[in-house]
Write a protein that binds this ligand. Structure first.
Ligand code: TRP
Length: 336
């Protein structure tokens, strides 16, 4: 197995939703089919340890995320699809990297700083209250995920850009101190992939609890779409598509001419009920087949395990010998 042209991780917390689909899953599924590229996609289950202490939820989330990616057409034969926790070389590399990562670098991480700031705002005596070493050194584990497979490009959301800068920093430091083994990975923030609005008009996100799950029942999908917030303009009044949550969701799924056509109908005046019904039908049709596959898959978790294990075997064809090289370069190998 070759090193990764593209690599990205998905934290196993929560249920996959429409926002995940247009932002991450859809573009990843596309590139998973490219025969000229080696793409690595993995379930970042060790990362999920820092925010979720419920073992059942973690397991359920891993199952749902893996099933969703497969059901939506991930070419898991062509790409490398695995669980982080099936690659023991990753935590091993994490410690090696931890030992040369400047604490000052981690002090500057946005997620950590936000936590500290919140504690300070609350007037707490200890600004580090509630902060685990897992949260603090999260970026090092992420660096190990990426460097373990010498990934060239890492597609992520905007909030992860700083982590990639840290990864490059850590890699450069290793290369300088020991041996030039690591490629400095490039971050890819896809400006064309859509950021979806949620039920309340803010970005669709698990943390705002405003999301539409990908694979709920058809009835629930309809109900949630009907709940999307709109303004109180009457059915015949002209409406502005550009500021409308419904339209932004429609646009993320429909073709360009279809969206343009919808925008014209907005400006002429269209009833909210009609837009919602059409949006529901549009998304439902896209999800109909994948939903069946998904339901089949979650009923047979052993099949998913099998796919992920095969992925881990492929990934380890790279990580095992590479870690050996890394160990050699730091002076941890046979004493002979
Ligand atoms: N931290 C990423 C997120 O929350 C998930 C992740 C873990 C990741 N390891 C990674 C992304 C390695 C890219 C590469 O979205």
């Amino acid at each position: 197995m070759r090193n990764a042209d593209f690599l990205t991780g998905i934290t196993t917390s929560g249920t996959p939703h429409l926002g995940n689909y247009v932002g991450a899953i859809r573009p990843a599924v596309e590139s998973s089919k490219n025969k000229d590229l080696v793409s690595y996609y993995f379930l970042a289950d060790y990362h999920s340890l820092i925010k979720n202490y419920d073992p059942r939820l973690r397991k359920q989330s891993a199952l749902e995320i893996a099933a969703a990616w497969i059901a939506l057409g991930l070419d898991y034969e062509n790409c490398v699809f695995y669980r982080q926790s099936d690659i023991p070389e990753i935590p091993e590399l994490t410690w090696i990297l931890t030992s040369l990562t400047a604490k000052g670098l981690m002090n500057r991480a946005h997620a950590y700083k936000a936590f500290v700031a919140e504690n300070q705002e609350k007037g707490l005596k200890d600004p580090d209250k509630g902060i685990t070493m897992g949260l603090f050194s999260y970026p090092v584990l992420m660096a190990a995920d990426i460097l373990m497979f010498n990934a060239r490009k890492v597609p992520v959301g905007r909030d992860q850009v700083q982590h990639l800068e840290m990864t490059r920093d850590i890699a450069a430091r290793f290369n300088h101190i020991y041996k030039k083994l690591f490629i400095l990975p490039e971050v890819v923030v896809d400006e064309t992939s859509a950021v979806l609005s949620g039920l309340d008009g803010r970005k669709m996100s698990k943390s705002y609890n405003n999301y539409i799950p990908l694979f709920d029942t058809q009835k629930r999908l309809r109900k949630l779409i009907m709940k999307i917030k709109t303004n109180s303009l009457g059915p015949d009044e002209p409406k502005d598509p550009e500021t409308c949550t419904l339209f932004s969701i429609y646009k993320a799924f429909a073709s360009k001419p279809e969206s343009e056509q919808m925008a014209v109908r907005y400006r002429r005046g269209i009833a909210w009920g009609t837009v919602k019904q059409e949006l529901f039908e549009y998304i439902d049709e896209i999800l109909e087949e994948p939903r069946k596959k998904y339901e089949e898959l979650v009923k047979n978790p052993a099949d998913i395990d099998d796919i992920l294990k095969k992925g881990a075997t492929k990934a380890r064809e790279f990580s095992v010998p590479f870690l050996e090289k890394i160990r050699k370069s730091i002076g941890i190998h046979s004493l002979g």
